[in-house]
Design a protein around this ligand. Structure first.
Ligand SMILES: *[C@@H]1O[C@H](CO)[C@@H](O)[C@H](O)[C@H]1NC(C)=O
Ligand SMILES: *[C@@H]1O[C@H](CO)[C@@H](O)[C@H](O)[C@H]1NC(C)=O
Ligand SMILES: *[C@@H]1O[C@H](CO)[C@@H](O)[C@H](O)[C@H]1NC(C)=O
Length: 368
């Protein structure tokens, strides 16, 4: 061997030794990939869902770490503030940490054979969503057409063996399945399916809640006695025309299903012993509750103008997630909070609440 070749050789050996040291350090934290086919990947207290041979559509920006084993990459993401997912180059051993993931609006996974994609699984109570991912070629329990993802989730919950569903946005189509990422490998879908796993999501999470309120002139089409709020929410999701409900606590628990809501003309008003719940909109549509507002923030000055100007102002303000608008005096408040942060209240002064498109889905991600 010529001496000129020795230096690169030493560097290679040094890099290799470094890898070994890092690998040894990893003994201190638990790593477990349950079986060859599973897409579940655990590092320390953080659990990832893995999509084989896939990368994310947005460029991973948070951090790039070279020449590390995948376990180290997972640990780095778990300990880096804001990291939600990472992409790992299997041959270059490069780790790309990202502050985005495939559950967010406009982001998904795509097939890239040199990479694997890993996304942090949210806590129980929040759906595991990986857009663009699928468990290919498995028999489905049931197929439903022209249905929202929220309603699809309720159907899955009702069905004994259902663990997850795949959803196709264009056709609003939903396939229910009896296995999930714990059992089988996820890959990038070439047929535009998105992956949803239930993760013990309560049905009331799909609704915006206004306590001590009712819908004025609401179309109440069904009353169910002795019904707790979660059962009421599930029943609403499973009932075709139900888009809101009221839960009355006065004479035993009564569930009242509504076929209209406070998003168009009817408004919520204050009352006692009754709470109003409105089904959240699908991705890309605003959540509107007329006659309600959120108390508890005051970060931006109030302005005056049309509702459109108010919404435009929100779009132009980076952290804005909702606006409150009062028609009588054209007052506009913008806010960096959604119904997940603060409780909505029926407004005595007739404010209206508008949560901008997709905020509810963004929140799912931000909450981790
Ligand atoms: C990923 O791609 C490799 C190479 O093309 C292939 O051998 C492997 O089976 C793929 N993995 C999955 C889970 O599809
Ligand atoms: C946001 O939602 C509104 C109404 O809910 C809709 O008219 C509008 O097209 C949506 N905007 C985008 C960018 O999706
Ligand atoms: C809203 O912005 C304020 C001021 O910047 C900040 O203190 C607060 O934590 C933010 N709230 C949320 C829910 O992001």
């Amino acid at each position: 061997m010529k001496s000129g070749e020795l230096l690169p050789c030493f560097i290679a050996i040094f890099a290799f030794l470094q890898l070994m040291v890092q690998a040894k350090m990893l003994h201190t934290f638990k790593l477990d990939q349950t079986g060859k086919d599973s897409s579940l990947f655990e590092a320390d207290h953080v659990t990832y869902i893995k999509v084989f041979n896939a990368s994310l559509t947005v460029r991973p920006l948070l951090k790039i770490i070279k020449a590390v084993p995948v376990e180290m990459c997972a640990q780095k993401c778990a300990t880096t503030t804001g990291c939600k997912s990472f992409v790992y180059h299997k041959f270059a051993l490069t780790c790309f940490l990202s502050k985005h993931d495939a559950s967010e609006d406009g982001i998904k996974v795509v097939r890239r054979t040199k990479y694997d994609y890993f996304q942090i699984i949210p806590n129980k109570g929040k759906m595991v969503v990986v857009k663009g991912a699928t468990i290919d070629k498995y028999d489905h329990l049931d197929k439903l057409d022209d249905i929202s993802a929220d309603r699809c989730a309720a159907h899955c919950k009702q069905l004994k063996n259902c663990k997850m569903f795949e959803y196709k946005v264009e056709q609003r189509r939903c396939d229910l399945t009896d296995l999930n990422h714990k059992d089988k490998s996820l890959t990038a879908s070439i047929h535009r399916w998105d992956y949803y796993s239930l993760n013990d999501v309560p049905s009331i999470r799909m609704f915006l809640r206004v306590p001590d309120a009712y819908l004025r002139d609401g179309n109440r089409f069904k009353y169910i006695k002795e019904c707790d709020v979660e059962t009421c929410a599930t029943t609403c999701l499973l009932t075709k025309n139900c888009i809101a409900f009221e839960h009355d606590t006065k004479n035993g628990l009564t569930c009242i299903l509504l076929s209209d809501d406070a998003s168009k003309v009817k408004i919520v008003r204050p009352t006692r012993n009754r709470d109003f719940y409105q089904l959240q909109q699908e991705r890309g549509t605003m959540n509107i509750i007329l006659g309600a507002s959120i108390n508890g923030y005051d970060y931006y000055p109030t302005t005056r103008g049309s509702l459109k100007e108010c919404l435009d102002r929100c779009v132009e303000t980076k952290a804005c997630e909702a606006v409150e608008y009062k028609h009588s005096n054209r007052k506009c408040d913008i806010a960096n909070v959604t119904h997940f942060d603060f409780t909505l209240k029926p407004s005595r002064h007739y404010w209206n609440f508008y949560e901008i498109n997709g905020s509810q889905n963004l929140k799912e991600v931000k909450e981790r």
